[in-house]
Design a protein around this ligand. Structure first.
Ligand SMILES: C[S@@+](CC[C@H](N)C(=O)[O-])C[C@H]1O[C@@H](n2cnc3c(N)ncnc32)[C@H](O)[C@@H]1O
Length: 418
């Protein structure tokens, strides 16, 4: 058993207890179903066209449980295959599934590199969160996943971000030097003592972005004692994705990859905005240095899927995700700027006219855009006038990850359902 495998048998990640299932459901990016439907299928997936999902490197089950629960409640429906090499992690995920009585799940133990033989699919959606950066060859692992991807399917991936992990690799190096012969438990104990003793100058101590993982030993091991992890900048993420014949449909949240939200100086912003989108993302990352992970959706290079909203989409519905931004809009006094602060501390300020803010307040995952137009009030004018004013708001709300598009699509016929 290699060292990475040993670690996840000893410290399944993240640290979870099946008894917590009674208290809360954790739904995060990239395992939020409306976000998947938005980015991978452009918001179009017929009811009843069941989604075949693979969670590759499922760990203790956050994505697996979140997706299985959402699919069992969504009119689309679907099943989840969990794959991980760690038996200990699988046992925890199975306990969580039992605690919820989930039936749309199956479990496979093995390596991602062997996925075409272990569980050939095809899959409409593959979740691979926090895993590729631990593989001996991430390109080979991703290539194996693409072999089992349906032609119009997509992946939700998270890999570490280099800039936001500043200091992590210094402490990893330090611990390797201080504890070359210790057992893993001994290294954990030494790490606790080291963290209590780091001076203020230490780059890890100064890093405020990655400390959540220090809440328990599984997190500490994953962050500071991992035998194999690599971190990426945007151009490297693109190279990884391209190596498997894929393209990035979107990073999430995408505003952190767009200089127009991050650079204030008009001259510098004009320079950045003149660059191609991929270069803009690389610039944005270096401006904030706040990305400790890159979460993104990827589809095959030739897949033209897009999330454009047009004036013909009167029946489209916007699904809210984390109510934070919509609540910020609802609670701002009419006519005053709205401020959104993300978890890393970066902030975004925007202004909405009172009728547009009212329209945003009506987004609830149920009302269609036509209903929102009808209810938001006469000040917004005709449908065309409303749509022109609403489109930039839609784009902003998508950029901050606050809403996802769901088109009204006819129910799948027998031929489509699988
Ligand atoms: C950091 S955890 C992430 C768990 C889960 N995806 C999440 O985000 O909560 C990485 C997981 O990938 C699994 N893993 C690492 N390399 C693997 C491989 N080559 N094949 C299968 N699983 C692997 C580990 O066992 C571990 O459970």
């Amino acid at each position: 058993m290699d060292k990475v495998h040993q670690q996840y048998e000893a410290y399944p990640y993240p640290q979870r207890d099946p008894r917590e299932e009674a208290e809360r459901l954790l739904v995060m990016s990239p395992s939020h179903l409306p976000e998947v439907i938005h980015h991978v299928f452009g918001g179009r997936r017929p009811r009843g066209r069941r989604l075949r999902v693979l969670v590759a490197g499922g760990g203790t089950g956050d994505s697996t449980i979140a997706l299985a629960v959402q699919l069992s409640q969504d009119p689309i429906g679907g099943d989840v295959t969990y794959l991980d090499m760690s038996e200990a992690s699988r046992a925890i995920c199975e306990g969580r599934a039992r605690a919820r009585g989930l039936r749309n799940l199956r479990f496979v133990t093995g390596r991602i590199e062997d996925v075409p033989a272990l569980c050939p699919g095809p899959y409409d959606y593959i979740d691979c969160c926090g895993v590729l950066h631990h593989l001996e060859c991430p390109e080979r692992g991703l290539g194996a996943l693409v072999e089992v991807l349906a032609p119009d399917g997509g992946l939700g991936i998270m890999v570490y971000g280099e800039t936001g992990r500043t200091g992590v690799y210094h402490v990893q190096d330090l611990l390797r030097r201080l504890t070359p012969e210790d057992t893993l438990a001994g290294k954990v104990e030494a790490a606790h003592r080291l963290l209590a003793d780091l001076p203020e100058t230490n780059l890890f101590r100064r890093n405020t972005l990655v400390k959540a993982d220090l809440a328990d030993d599984a997190g500490l091991v994953d962050l500071l004692l991992h035998p194999r992890d690599i971190a990426y900048r945007v151009p490297e993420v693109r190279r990884l994705v391209a190596s498997a014949g894929l393209r990035i449909a979107s990073f999430t949240p995408s505003w952190l990859y767009e200089p127009r939200f991050l650079l204030k100086d008009p001259e510098l912003l004009a320079r950045a905005s003149a660059r191609p989108p991929e270069e803009q993302a690389a610039i944005a990352e270096l401006v904030t240095c706040a990305l400790h992970k890159h979460t993104f959706y990827a589809v095959r290079r030739e897949n033209p899927v897009a999330t454009r909203l047009t004036a013909a989409d009167r029946n489209a519905v916007l699904m809210p995700f984390f109510d934070q931004v919509l609540n910020e809009i609802r609670s701002a006094p009419p006519g005053t700027p709205v401020s959104h602060r993300d978890r890393g501390g970066l902030s975004l300020t925007f202004s909405l006219s009172p009728p547009l803010a009212r329209a945003a307040g009506l987004i609830d995952g149920q009302r269609s855009l036509a209903q929102i137009h009808a209810e938001a009030g006469a000040e917004l004018g005709s449908w065309e006038g409303f749509f022109d004013a609403f489109l930039p708001l839609y784009e902003l709300l998508v950029a901050v990850g606050a809403v996802h598009l769901r088109h009204a699509v006819p129910v799948a016929d027998r031929g489509q359902a699988s």
